[in-house]
Design a protein around this ligand. Structure first.
Ligand SMILES: [Zn+2]
Length: 107
């Protein structure tokens, strides 16, 4: 499989797996039956293999996703209350260490 195909597969499995685990519900505000994003808690550029692992993903509705994306666009300087990556990891019972470890195991 080419790198491009592999990334496509990871992305699909990541999105579907995260939404299924989170019962298709926004993990921050509890919104259900809305458009959800599978958010990378640690930016995909900062993890091995793009960090497409369940331990790095959380289902968020659009307004919550915008808030969670702030640290990614501000170089990690700006966080909305409750949206620090550590708090997002806590929501899904994971940690950055776990996400890094799982990312190395992607295949
Ligand atoms: Zn939400």
């Amino acid at each position: 499989m080419s790198d491009k195909q592999l990334h496509k597969k990871w992305r699909k499995e990541f999105r579907e797996g995260v939404h299924e685990r989170d019962n298709h519900t926004c993990q921050m505000c509890g919104a259900k039956d809305v458009k959800l994003d599978a958010h990378h808690i640690t930016d995909r550029h900062d993890l091995p293999n793009g960090g497409y692992v369940l331990s790095n993903g959380i289902s968020l509705c659009e307004p919550c996703h915008i808030k969670a994306g702030k640290p990614h666009t501000s170089g990690g300087m700006d966080f909305d209350e409750g949206f620090h990556p550590d708090e997002l990891y806590k929501k899904i019972g994971s940690s950055e260490e776990e996400a890094i470890e799982d990312s190395w195991d992607l295949h």
